[in-house]
Design a protein around this ligand. Sequence first.
Ligand code: KIV
Ligand code: ZN
Length: 514
Amino acid sequence: MAADKLIIFDTTLRDGEQSPGASMTREEKLRIARQLERLRVDVIEAGFAASSNGDFEAVRSIADAIKESTVCSLARAFDRDISRAAEALKGAASSRIHTFIATSALHMEKKLRMTPDQVYDQARSAVRFARNLVADVEFSPEDGYRSDVDFLCRVLEGVIAEGATTINIPDTVGYAIPELYGNFIKTLRERVPNSDKAIWSVHCHNDLGMAVANSLAGVKIGGARQVECTINGLGERAGNCSLEEVVMAVRTRRDHFGLEVRVDASQIVPASRLVSQTTGFVVQPNKAVVGANAFAHASGIHQDGVLKARDTYEIMRAEDVGWTANKIVLGKLSGRNAFKQRLQELGIELESEAEINAAFAKFKELADRKSEIFDEDIIALVSDESVTPSREHYRLVALSQHSETGERPHAKVTFAAGDEELQAESAGNGPVDASLKAIEARVQSGAEMLLYSVNAITSGSTESQGEVTVRLQHGGRVVNGVGADPDIVVASAKAYLAALNKLHSKAERVAAQG
Ligand code: KIV
Ligand code: ZN
């Protein structure tokens, strides 16, 4: 008998992006959406179209570009939000509107200040309105897991009667326990009279570290056939259910779940790297499936076992989820065509010939300093703000610094701010500190630095480029800037300027959970 299908709904670009500091530009979102399409996820939640013009444009570009996955926009249960979502999704080959309203007593009383009857009416009318615009409508009762079960059943019956095609049950605050959550979904499906008219979905947050376990229990015990998840478990607070873990659990334990997923697992590691490089959220080395150590066997006994028979200590094959040995892909002698082709293979689409030329010039510069260029270098290089200079306000022009044992380090930085070229210098505790202090002295952003981290882009050698993430907070906004260069002082200055650029583009947003 053919196995049931489990729908993979990726919300990296919506719920994942709500993580402070993970906000992405339209171009970054589009690049990730293309990778999600290559990964063959069923649904891409591209954003929350009504939250800002930036998010609207991002959803629209993704809807226009993606052909193989359904593109979805979140919308509060207001006609205006739903109309904006429908408008942004107009160009999609397959589209979905995901509307939500809170149903727990706590949220209704304290946050919405609405009575249960008002929430019931608004939920029904939102789904009715959405169904007049698109055929595929998902409804979520926010904080559903902490809602009164009788009231929840009444709301869900009502929205299914209005035509909701997917019912998603969020554990918004990550409070659930696997067995209890699984049984909760089962109870709802048994008690809602028209439950068979919709697909049931799980959406779990990871506050107690059980998002994946809860989601799988919702599938196995509750009978849910859609899982909402994010790459690397990205998301607010402790994050969302991690896509790679759910997919590989269902694949590896097909004997237990008996379910099929459409995902091309060999695209998991490239997706993980792209999301991590774009957001600056580093993947912990011991993270299941995508952590650098996930397939590394250090102990002699394990190494010996794996050499004799792989399955002694490995339940998955590294290559099946997209791990490849660091492969040299290009070098100093590679030409523009080879470079352009590699960009295409990596799914990177630069908008104009001028951008390809700028990226190729950067590549040649890098190849002069670093003999072996890997895919990770290319991804970092095109993420560099200097490839798309027209869109960035601040750009690094030159940097020199002096540090000597026993002396206080000093840096001089030249950077562009719009059409102006600025120079700045400063002393600091180290060369990085001096460089960033110099920039800040000139820009006077007043931003507070929340995070500074350095990583080697490709492991194994000091020849690797350093990738620096800087997280800044200012005026209630948290942004991440990422910069890469073989010189980590230069990478740091680029990352700082990239973060300042994000603060500079003051895209306003409304909170999805607000
Ligand atoms: O966690 C949550 O409740 C959500 C909803 C908006 C679906 O993300
Ligand atoms: Zn959520």
